[in-house]
Design a binder for this molecule. Structure first.
Ligand SMILES: [Zn+2]
Length: 96
């Protein structure tokens, strides 16, 4: 998963922006992140195509403190470390 880090103040975020939300800087570096710690995990049912009919939606916090959502086919306990991978339908994770 690719995050953006402000070259001026170091603020890191997921969604691309024209300006840094903290210092309004305009220069960003891309940071590749593939690990996070689970903050929450809830089961999702009755999902739209093309997603699986049931999956777990995991809220994970990266080392930079950025909260990201990812899918998992298994329930993952809070506090667990996960490996995050970007796939065609969005990020997925599994227990590290
Ligand atoms: Zn900044």
């Amino acid at each position: 998963m690719i995050l953006r880090r402000c070259g001026n103040c170091g603020e890191t975020f997921l969604v691309p922006r024209v300006r840094c939300p903290k210092c309004f800087g305009e220069n960003f570096d891309e940071v590749v992140v593939n690990e996070g710690v689970v903050s929450d995990c809830i089961e999702i049912i009755a999902t739209p195509d093309p997603y699986p009919e049931r999956y777990f939606l995991v809220l994970a916090k990266t080392v930079d403190g950025v909260a990201v959502f990812c899918r998992s086919d298994k329930e993952i306990a809070r506090g667990s470390t996960v490996v995050i991978e970007d796939l065609e339908l969005g990020p997925v994770c599994r227990k590290a």
